[in-house]
Every structure is written in structure tokens, then in C-alpha cells.
Design a protein around this ligand. Sequence first.
Ligand SMILES: C[S@@+](CC[C@H](N)C(=O)[O-])C[C@H]1O[C@@H](n2cnc3c(N)ncnc32)[C@H](O)[C@@H]1O
Ligand SMILES: *[C@@H]1O[C@H](CO)[C@@H](O)[C@H](O)[C@H]1NC(C)=O
Ligand SMILES: *[C@@H]1O[C@H](CO)[C@@H](O)[C@H](O)[C@H]1NC(C)=O
Length: 246
Amino acid sequence: MTEASILFFRTCLALLAMPIYILSFLGIWEPFCKKIFFPFFLEKLSTIHNRKTKKQKQELFRNLPDFAGPSGELKLLEIGTGCGANFQFYPPGCRVTCTDINPNFQQGLSRSMSQNQHIHYERFLVAAGEDLHQVPSGSVDAVVCTLVLCSVQSVNGTLKEVMRVLKPGGVFYFLEHVADDHSSWRYFWQQVCYPTWKLVFDGCCLTREIWKNLEQANFSELKLQHISVPLPGTPIKPHIIGYAVK
Ligand SMILES: C[S@@+](CC[C@H](N)C(=O)[O-])C[C@H]1O[C@@H](n2cnc3c(N)ncnc32)[C@H](O)[C@@H]1O
Ligand SMILES: *[C@@H]1O[C@H](CO)[C@@H](O)[C@H](O)[C@H]1NC(C)=O
Ligand SMILES: *[C@@H]1O[C@H](CO)[C@@H](O)[C@H](O)[C@H]1NC(C)=O
């Protein structure tokens, strides 16, 4: 019964979004999305999301300086940097390596960099979280991922790379939207929206239970909290936030 209604509403949504499915079939949507639509959309989303999570992010990154190396230098790697929504939360002097699979965020990224000159930008790598071979093993003090694990091809593969590049005792910070409780209405809508949402928003998956991957990833310590971010009318309210130590 539920299966059938999910299928029914999925079809309705797909009909509404038919022009996008046609553009996708013609091979036009994906390049347009990556180059123009998503960079434009992400700058707006980052601003709104940051406003709603500012307190939590400040609290989350408060202990970041504790993970600096013996020289006092803090080497941080960000996966899926996008427009640089997290720069404002990093401590002064922090040495940041930005990575993203999509190189088309220059505009938002330079805006964010010029507003956050308290940190040092080491380099920008076009790389997938699942393959960070340009980054040596055991070379960074902290890795940050916000709203990225919903979109990667492989959550496990990305966490494996996080583990590899971190120094022993290094820290991984995350803030991700996740699947809602299976008995909730929102979970029903997450399942309904899933295919169209994924197509429109550059591969974003609504129903991942990312806390499970984190629990099984062999970190020595995991601090994880389920929170609700007030984004009314969207299927991305439920989030997980926290950090894990290698
Ligand atoms: C919703 S945005 C979040 C951006 C930023 N972290 C933030 O919090 O505003 C998702 C980002 O993940 C990137 N991304 C998607 N798949 C990826 C992958 N496999 N490896 C690295 N980055 C990826 C996208 O290009 C995009 O910049
Ligand atoms: C991810 O890794 C965990 C633990 O190793 C495993 O149980 C799970 O099935 C993996 N998920 C996928 C999608 O491969
Ligand atoms: C975690 O460690 C166990 C036992 O050492 C190992 O079997 C498993 O593959 C590891 N999981 C991951 C995701 O690396």
C-alpha cells in the first residue's frame, strides 16, 4: 500500500518536473546543473542554512584548535567545499585545503574567501571524497564535511579516505541531513521526492542513514547528535551533527 502510494506520488512529481527529465534525457540538464544552476542555488542555500545552524556550527567547531599539531599549526581539509560556507567558523591561522568534485563554485568561493581572510588557503583540489590521492596519508589534523555525504557516490569510500588522510588522533567534523524516522510522514515524502530531488539537486539523496556508516567506520570516538534544522516545507529537516576522532 505504502509502496504503491510512493510510486503514485513519485510519478506525479516526475510529471511536474517533466521538462527537467527531458533535458536530462537530451544530456543537457546535468552540465547546466553543475555549471550554472547548482552554483547559483548553493550560494542561496548556504546563506540560509548557515543562518539556521550558526549556533550549532559555532559550538561544533569550538574545540577545533585542540587538534592543532605540536607546532600549533592546524591543517584542515574540507571535502565538498562548495561556496565555502564553513570558513567563518575556522580559527585564525588555520591552514585550509579545499576540495570539491565540481570546480564551478569560483564566484561564491572567492566571495567567501575575501570575507574570511583570517584563515590561510593552502590549495584547491578538484577531487572526489572517495579518491583524495593528492593528499598524503596521515597528513591532516582535521577533516570537515557539511551537506556532502548526501551526494557522494559512496559514503563508506569517503569515510575510508577521511580515515586515511587524518593523523592518528585527528578529527572529522560532520553536519549532514539524513533520513527521518521510518514511521514519520516526512520519511514518506523523502521517499516520494527522492528521484526528482536527486536529479534537480545534483545527486543529493534524501534517505541516507549516515549515522550508521559513521558508527561502523572504526573511529576511536564518536560524538553524534540528531537535530532538527528548521527548514519548513523541505524534506531536509532531520540532520546529524558531531565529530569523530581517529
Ligand atoms: C550541498 S553542497 C554543500 C557545500 C558546502 N559543504 C556547504 O556546507 O555549503 C554539496 C557539495 O558536495 C560536492 N560533492 C558532491 N559529490 C562529491 C564527491 N563525491 N566528492 C566531493 N565533493 C562532492 C558538491 O559539488 C557540492 O559542492
Ligand atoms: C558500509 O560499511 C558498513 C560497515 O563496514 C557495511 O555494514 C555497509 O553494508 C556498507 N554499506 C555499503 C552501502 O556498502
Ligand atoms: C573496522 O574494523 C574491523 C575490524 O578490524 C574491520 O573488519 C572492518 O573492515 C573495518 N571497517 C571499516 C569501515 O574500515
